[in-house]
Design a binder for this molecule. Structure first.
Ligand SMILES: C[S@@+](CC[C@H](N)C(=O)[O-])C[C@H]1O[C@@H](n2cnc3c(N)ncnc32)[C@H](O)[C@@H]1O
Length: 514
């Protein structure tokens, strides 16, 4: 009994010291601009605990790396978990990297707290704080590997890396390039380096944006990750703000657990939760090939958070046609407004043609043009210099590349109907994708069927399985499976009512696709 009370006291002390540290850390980070420059979003305790619970292998000597450690929340959660394990490690050696001098004092206090905790549990503990740039230091270590016989390796890594784009001329980008890592975001750079610093069988648990799961920019990263490590578990949050509630991060996050140097498993665990303390976690075992099909050239990750998405996955799997089979192409609108600025005008005139933006998406499912006093211009001057930006008169299906926060669906499609807009040519702005046949328009019935399909909840749910952000790339639309032409025409023939609400669209699509 006395022993239990002692343990509870110990836990209380740890929890209150974390709270104090988090409060202090938040004060230090009050300046949001600074936070985003450093990609600073501290992991809340329930999420850190969940991450710490994912490590699966017992190690006598845990050699832990926490890169971009902030106030040390992740190391703290893992050390606490190891201290509570029935079979405890004999020794824990921690290396943390943190670039922000304002964080260092708190980080040191956290590590001293860890040392005290380990001492009480008779675990040897030592730590090193590297107050330097992890990218620079780690690329150095990876490069030295080519020559050095030995260096400290890690067998455990826990990380919430900074999230920030790194442009192609930055020092970080060239350091990464020097060890063969080609990536455009700091977080994928961090993870790629950690995978190289972990020894075989070493485990990584990382929380990152979901953006790496699809899209062409992250394809090299996905390939690298899948080649170097076996994914054992993926955890998703049910809402976009869940993991970093306090910071109002509008980014979907994912936690993954990977083991370096192991072959891909047959099955992996996909779990999800709200991210709130005490809320339940749902877990499913899923065949690995359902998540990543290694024959898919894009190596997209298909992640399902709920049954609806699972059902959508089955419906989509039953579809056999590609856009190419249908003789249809999807392209990105050619008018980049800042480049064509001098030809763009607010209102149509004798020498202009319609310029279509996302603002012109009408509620009825058709392009509504022109819009008087619109915040976007309505027209572009037609002359030889702009002729390559235009498409000929015809019926097109348009899809927004960026859906707004208020929009319920990710994929939002709308029909450009030449019978409603009197123009021989049209300019589609670059924030739109458009479906066409060899540069010309589509048959109207086919276009109606295609737009209904794209606007259905089935496509939306399917899309959410592999996309963690609100962007819809032409590549995403190209890789979707589609119904055959006869089915799309049947759907098109049934689109009678205008406007169709979500229920009407879903009933129609469900009726045809089952
Ligand atoms: C997303 S925060 C996570 C902090 C902490 N791991 C947590 O989960 O609460 C990323 C941290 O990385 C630090 N950081 C940013 N760039 C870094 C770099 N190049 N090297 C080392 N640390 C960096 C930031 O200052 C920030 O504290």
């Amino acid at each position: 009994m006395a022993r239990r009370l002692e343990r509870l006291d110990e836990l209380d002390a740890v929890v209150s010291s974390i709270d104090v540290l988090e409060e202090d850390a938040e004060v230090a980070l009050a300046n949001r601009t600074r936070k985003s420059a450093l990609g600073q979003f501290l992991t809340p305790t329930p999420t850190a605990d969940l991450m710490a619970s994912m490590f699966a292998t017992y190690r006598e000597h845990v050699r832990l790396l926490d890169a971009g450690a902030g106030a040390g929340a992740l190391t703290q959660a893992l050390v606490q978990r190891l201290c509570e394990d029935t079979k405890k490690p004999r020794r824990i050696s921690v290396t943390v990297y943190e670039l922000d001098p304002l964080m260092l004092e708190r980080l040191e206090a956290t590590l001293e707290g860890c040392a005290a905790m380990c001492k009480r549990h008779c675990i040897e503990f030592n730590y090193i704080i590297q107050d330097e740039d992890f990218i620079e230091s780690a690329t150095g270590m990876v490069r030295d590997d080519l020559f050095a016989e030995e260096r400290t390796t890690f067998n455990t890594a826990i990380v919430n890396p900074p999230y920030r784009k790194i442009n192609s001329t930055s020092a970080a980008r060239s350091a990464l390039r020097s060890v063969g890592i080609e990536t455009s975001n700091l977080y994928t750079g961090f993870v790629a380096l950690i995978l190289r610093l972990l020894e075989p069988t070493g485990e990584l648990v990382a929380i990152t944006p979901r953006s790496f799961c699809n899209g062409p920019y992250f394809r090299p990263f996905r390939a690298d990750l899948l080649q170097r490590a076996a994914l054992r578990r993926l955890h998703l949050f049910d809402s976009r703000t869940a993991a970093f509630r306090e910071d109002k991060v509008l980014q979907e996050n994912v936690i993954f657990h990977a083991v370096v140097g192991e072959p891909a498993p047959e099955r992996i665990v996909v779990s999800s939760s709200s991210g709130r303390e005490g809320d339940p976690i749902t877990e499913r075992s899923v065949a690995f090939k359902e998540v990543v099909n290694v024959r898919d050239p894009e190596l997209m990750f298909h992640l399902e958070t709920n049954e609806q998405q699972e059902r959508a996955g089955h419906v989509m799997k039953g579809l056999s046609k590609s856009l190419k089979d249908l003789g249809v192409t999807v392209s990105t609108g050619r008018v980049v407004d800042f480049r064509a600025e001098k030809f763009i005008v607010q209102e149509p005139a004798g020498n202009t043609v319609p310029l279509i933006y996302a603002t012109h998406f009408g509620k009825g499912g058709y392009i509504n043009w022109p819009i008087k006093n619109s915040r976007k211009p309505n027209a572009i001057v037609s002359e030889p210099a702009t002729s390559s930006l235009m498409v000929p008169k015809g019926t097109y299906v348009l899809v927004k590349r960026f859906s707004s926060k208020e929009e319920k669906r990710r994929v939002v499609a709308c029909i450009y109907d030449p019978a409603r807009i009197d123009a021989e040519e049209i300019g589609f702005e670059n924030h739109l994708n458009y479906f066409h046949r060899n540069g010309s328009g589509l048959d109207m019935t086919f276009a109606k069927g295609l737009a209904a399909f794209l606007n259905s909840s089935v496509v939306d749910q399917h899309f959410r399985r592999f996309s963690g952000h609100t962007q819809v790339n032409a590549t995403d639309l190209r890789t979707l499976p589609y119904p055959d032409e006869a089915t799309l025409l049947r759907m098109g023939n049934h689109v009678k009512k205008e406007p169709m609400d979500q229920n009407d669209i879903d009933n129609l699509v469900q009726h045809e696709l089952g």
